[in-house]
Design a protein around this ligand. Sequence first.
Ligand SMILES: *Cc1c(COP(=O)(O)O)cnc(C)c1O
Length: 504
Amino acid sequence: MDMINDSKNPSPAHLLDPSPEQIRSWANAAVELMAEYLGTIRNRRVYPYTSSRQIRERLDSSLPKEPVNFDELLHTFRSTLIELSRHNGHPRMFGYVQAPGTAIAAFADLLSSTLNANLTAWRSAPAAVEIERLTIDWIKQIIGFDRDAAGLFVSGGSMANMAALAAARRAKAPPEIQNKGAQSCAKALRVYASEETHHTVAKAAALLGIGHDNVRLISVDERYKINLHELVAAIEEDRTAGHLPICVVANAGTVATGAFDPLSQIGEIARRFNLWLHVDGAYGGFAALAPSARPLFASIGEADSVALDPHKWLYLPVDCGCILYRDPEAARATFAHEAEYTRVIGQEADEAFAFWDYGPELSRRFRALKVWMLLKGVGLQALSEAIEKDLACARHFETLVQNSEDFEMLAPVELSIFCSRHLPAGLKRALAAASPSVREKIEEQLDAHNERLLLALQRDGSSYLSNARLRGRFSLRGCVMNYRTTLRDMEILLDDLRRVAAQL
Ligand SMILES: *Cc1c(COP(=O)(O)O)cnc(C)c1O
């Protein structure tokens, strides 16, 4: 029985504050929908045929003055949202760096919104803050980071990278910048990162007044890892030119190919030149849970800060990013402020703890609950196995391509990202016979062919890839980040590509 429209009880409080029986009836219907959706997600097309106009036509756009009943809301969710969405939990959703979400975290989101804790400071949400501090502590252990490091959850990797650059600037640039602004420093602040670095690093530099163009993008080697000689040369050149190098960003998995920069050598360079070392592990950070990738993290302890995205390789639904700072005082110097309305009174030590001293946000939702429920409810063993399986899926695809006549890899598989392209027989022969002068023309035809193939694959709906440009060439790019994906799905993907290519 739905009582939201009950004319005998029209009070606003009743609509906003339903009875326990009403809550149970809504919950049963919503959970039934959830079970049905997750139970059949494999059978769906990954991406819908639709348009902005079609979706708008299905939504009632009039300002809702009167309430509709809950069933009607669920009906719209079922018929419009589910039908006209990309299904990120589908086992062959390989586009971008997309997690599937998990049922346990969906319940955690429900419960955290139920409690509606606001994690500004300990006194605002005592138990929830302790859960966040505990899960941050576990994440430090998972990646092998300093036990005394500070950290907190933020909206995502973009915010984590921005917080890290803010801390780097505070630590390595003249402190008066904090009060007088970037223009008070006569020298240009310089940040170094490989050209494969995620654009959010340059965006953060622009927003912080360091300047987009003061992020020097260093070239990469044949495995798409930063060229260390060029990094050192750029720092020395900048120092000679009177600039102020402050930070080097290392990638723990680049977004295009999954390349992992050499942390120990970059750490040595950072120490030599007194630079802040930030590691962007938004994509690859939780690969530390997979035994085969663990050695890559041996020198993570060198980092001054690490950006992570539990809403990527911990499979959690958005949003949940994470920033860790090796030296808590460096973070406090950046973010702590004095204001009467946030001053903590009458409390000591742990109870005086405030997250606003460590990051840019004041009000913060209870993101830690889904991390805690996932880690406790699933356990590290199963998560390690799932991540290791993702790595194996990418390697399996690489092997299939290497043993094929009609596809080639465009980058080595380091983690779970695989970049390849289709080589139709005619173009393949032409390329083999081409002189250097016509080679570029054929390469362009291959780019155009693979771009058409990608669009056709996305429209076909059985598998979904995205794209990358690697050394100027168009690449079909996939990322395995889903406990539902199997080795067999990689074979289906290659079959789908061949089937769709044959129809072009
Ligand atoms: C996804 C990603 C980011 C940005 O993170 P968001 O959570 O999308 O804000 C930054 N760096 C890398 C390497 C990423 O993969």
